[in-house]
Design a protein around this ligand. Structure first.
Ligand SMILES: NC(=O)c1ccc[n+]([C@@H]2O[C@H](COP(=O)([O-])OP(=O)(O)OC[C@H]3O[C@@H](n4cnc5c(N)ncnc54)[C@H](OP(=O)(O)O)[C@@H]3O)[C@@H](O)[C@H]2O)c1
Length: 245
């Protein structure tokens, strides 16, 4: 039987690196996807190879209409079999209902919502049974904000499609989401480096700290593993409690 892999989109970023490393340490082969950060992805590829599992590195721009098709065709043509997919690649753009720019809306929608749905659909022939899909949503998809309408709407949409996919793809494929709060990565670094913003967030967070990528990676691993075999269609909020306050 061909070796099974877990595809992690956006593995070149903060969460993607932590999730891919956690998977490799637990013995899973991984397909590392990246877009622009080729050198970070190549470094991660070497680190994961050194852990002793199989690793494949594939680029794709998921903001483009043919991005999901290109990535999935490459996996299918290589004959790779999947035991899981982590739809982690994501972007944010500022803009509210009165000033959101057309191109920003399209890019955020394509990467955060269109790509996760189309990737899973196009990869169905490569997915072994049983398998598990984990969508990286956001606490911003649960509480309504106004400054990043595209980001919030796509993350709310991802929570909704997680439920829809879970029903359609059961019983062979489980589909769950995680909704993280604030974690310092390239996406959030400049905002969280502002002491006033950071203190405001910490004061509203019952557990009095930011998350770290490893917190997210452990939860994603649980949802990919057999230990969560009776969970599907769920979104687990992982935010130190800030969504409660
Ligand atoms: N950090 C947080 O506080 C937080 C909270 C809640 C949810 N999230 C979600 O967690 C996920 C990972 O975010 P992160 O914090 O790890 O951010 P990050 O470090 O900025 O990583 C983002 C990843 O997405 C990839 N990506 C960006 N544009 C892409 C495109 N056009 N096509 C394909 N891939 C693209 C990037 O690839 P390249 O760098 O190779 O271009 C990178 O690997 C995202 O879905 C984000 O919305 C983050």
């Amino acid at each position: 039987m061909a070796e099974r892999f877990v595809l992690v989109t956006g593995s070149s970023g903060g969460f993607g690196r932590a999730i891919s490393t956690e998977l490799a340490r637990k013995g899973r082969n991984v397909i590392l996807h990246y877009n622009r950060s080729a050198s970070e992805a190549k470094m991660l590829e070497q680190e994961i190879r050194n852990i002793g599992v199989e690793v494949e590195l594939l680029p794709a721009d998921l903001s483009l209409p043919d991005g999901p098709e290109k990535l999935s065709q490459e996996i299918i043509h290589k004959g790779m079999r999947l035991s899981g997919i982590v739809n982690n690649a994501g972007i944010g753009r500022p803009g509210n209902a009165a000033n959101i720019n057309d191109d920003d809306w399209d890019a955020v929608s394509n990467v955060n919502l269109r790509a996760p749905v189309l990737l899973v659909r196009k990869l169905l022939p490569a997915i072994e049974k049983p398998s598990s899909v984990v969508n990286i949503a956001s606490a911003a998809g649960i509480r309504v904000g106004v400054s990043s309408i595209a980001y919030e709407a796509t993350k709310a949409g991802l929570i909704h499609v997680t439920k829809s996919m879970a029903i359609t793809l059961a019983p062979d494929i489980r589909v769950n989401a995680v909704a993280p709060g604030y974690v310092k990565t390239n996406m959030t670094r400049s905002r969280l480096s502002d002491e006033k913003v950071l203190n405001g967030i910490l004061s509203r967070t019952p557990l009095k700290r930011l998350g770290n990528p490893e917190d997210i990676a452990k939860l994603v691993f649980f949802l990919l593993s057999e230990d969560s075999s009776f969970i599907t269609g769920e979104t687990i909020v992982i935010d130190g409690g800030i969504t409660l306050t």
